[in-house]
Structures are given as structure tokens and as C-alpha cells.
Design a protein around this ligand. Structure first.
Ligand code: LER
Ligand code: MN
Length: 264
């Protein structure tokens, strides 16, 4: 298993400097914002060539969720995701991380009445995934479908939810991304859910129980990594977390060290 990271405010802003910094820090891959990739494709290619640091995946950087309530926005999101997948193909990235939606609606906070039925939710997500399945096939990429916790999305919260869409539509280019932070809220057990869905998990996001840097909270990373090892997971573990402490950069390096130790 390799360790990657998303961007952080304390990384250099300049793209090439960012890549050199990440390489030097010991990260093995970078999960890039989709818009940053599309808008700076040539610069990203140069940075990969000069540092050898790969782009693993993209996350975000498009307007309109695959399960958007607004049809025009949903279709716009799909068109932008297509562009991101085409760019990923050019840089050798494996695919894009997509939730059903993020911050659009939750059943758990007022007003609690959804503006659309569960059947219509499902149809929107199904339609989007069937379309993205063909784009992923054409571009040799993968759609990593991401369950989010109940406060961030009302449609796909557990790995089992994500699996049900993949199975119902017989999708081959849509897989599951397991995010430890969301799993800690939604799953009965992180290791157990990882094991049950081992055939579909192809990407992982890491944060501790409170979404701060791994090692600062209560998750048992060694235990979950051992489970992944036993199940033959050989994909990326990508840091997606907030950072607290007086010196965020030093805390982040501490978290990377902690993860390497937990990997054994
Ligand atoms: C949002 O909480 C999240 O986990 C991101 O990966 C969004 O896809
Ligand atoms: Mn995530």
C-alpha cells in the first residue's frame, strides 16, 4: 500500500514546487483537484515528469453532483467529470472520487423533508453512473463512488449503499472508495466493512475519527491496515484530513510517520 495526499494550505502554491515538496516529504502520490488538473494540464505533466510523483486520482473540481436535485447542474457535473477523466487519462491517473452529493441535503438536520423522493434520488444517481461507466471505459479510468456520512449526504452513506448501485447496474468501471472518517460514523465496524467489500474497494481516504490528522484521535489504524493487508488491498491510502496543532506542517509529517509505523 502506498501513501498519497490531497492538497493542504501549507503546501507550496506553485504546482511544480508542490510536487517537489511532496516527493521530498515522502508521499508516493497526489490526489489533485479536478479543476486544477484540467486548467493546468501541461504544467501538471511537466511536474510529474520532473519529480516522478504520480497523480493517483482526482477529487472535486466540478459543478453539479451526480445525484444533484437540479437536472441542469447534474448534467453540467457529468460534462465536467468527463473532462477530468480525459485529463486523468493523459497523466496516468486511475480515476475520480465522486460522492452522490456533498452538502446538498441531510435527513438529520432541519428541514428534514427532502425535496425529492428516494426513488427519484436513486434514478438520478443510476443515470449518472451508467453514463460515467461508459466514459470511464473509454478513458481507461475508474469512478470511485464515495459513501459520505449522514450529515454530508442523504443518498450513499455506507459501503453497502455504494455496492448496491454497482450491483444493480452491473457496473465494471465503478468501484468503491472507503473513507475512514465517514466509515467511523456510518459503519458498525471499519475493519469488518473493509473485509465485506474487499472485492470492490479500490481507493481509500484517511483521517482520524474527528477528521483531523491520523494519530491524533482514536482510530486503530494498525488494525484496519492489517485487515486490508489480509484482504490483499494494494491501492493508495490518501490523506484527506484537517490538521490541528501549532505547526500544521510538522503535525502532517508526524501523521505520515505514524501511518508508516501503523503499516508495519
Ligand atoms: C467529503 O467529506 C469527502 O470525503 C470527499 O472525499 C468528497 O468526495
Ligand atoms: Mn473522502
Amino acid at each position: 500500500m502506498k501513501i498519497g495526499t490531497q492538497d493542504q494550505p501549507f503546501f507550496p502554491r506553485d504546482l511544480k514546487e508542490k510536487f517537489f515538496f511532496l516527493k521530498e516529504a515522502g508521499f508516493e502520490g497526489f490526489e489533485i483537484d479536478g479543476k486544477l488538473l484540467v486548467d493546468h494540464l501541461e504544467e501538471v505533466k511537466d511536474a510529474i515528469r520532473e519529480t516522478g510523483l504520480p497523480i493517483t486520482t482526482a477529487c472535486g473540481g466540478y459543478m453539479g453532483w451526480i445525484g444533484d436535485f437540479n437536472e441542469e447542474r447534474r448534467l453540467n457535473g457529468l460534462a465536467e467529470i468527463r473532462k477530468i477523466l480525459e485529463a486523468l487519462q493523459e497523466v496516468g491517473g486511475s480515476g475520480i472520487v465522486v460522492p452522490a452529493a456533498w452538502g446538498m441535503f441531510t435527513y438529520r438536520l432541519p428541514p428534514m423533508d427532502a425535496p425529492r423522493s428516494r426513488e427519484a434520488d436513486r434514478k438520478a444517481v443510476n443515470d449518472s453512473l451508467l453514463y460515467l461507466e461508459t466514459v470511464a471505459r473509454e478513458t481507461g479510468t475508474t469512478i470511485f463512488l464515495e459513501p459520505l456520512n449522514r450529515y454530508q449526504d442523504h443518498m450513499i452513506n455506507t459501503l453497502a449503499d455504494a455496492r448496491s448501485y454497482i450491483e444493480e447496474n452491473e457496473l465494471n468501471n465503478v468501484k468503491i472508495i472507503a473513507d475512514f472518517y465517514h466509515m467511523n460514523i456510518e459503519e458498525d465496524g471499519i475493519s469488518e466493512a473493509l473485509h465485506l467489500n474487499r472485492d470492490l474497494i479500490r481507493h481509500i481516504h484517511l483521517a482520524d475519527n474527528h477528521r483531523f490528522q491520523p494519530g491524533s484521535g482514536s482510530l486503530d489504524f494498525s488494525r484496519h491496515f492489517n485487515q486490508l493487508k489480509k484482504d490483499g488491498y494494494d491501492g493508495f491510502l490518501t490523506l484527506e484530513c484537517r490538521v490541528r496543532g501549532n505547526d500544521p506542517q510538522a503535525e502532517y509529517m508526524k501523521a505520515l510517520h505514524y501511518l508508516r509505523q501503523s503499516l508495519g
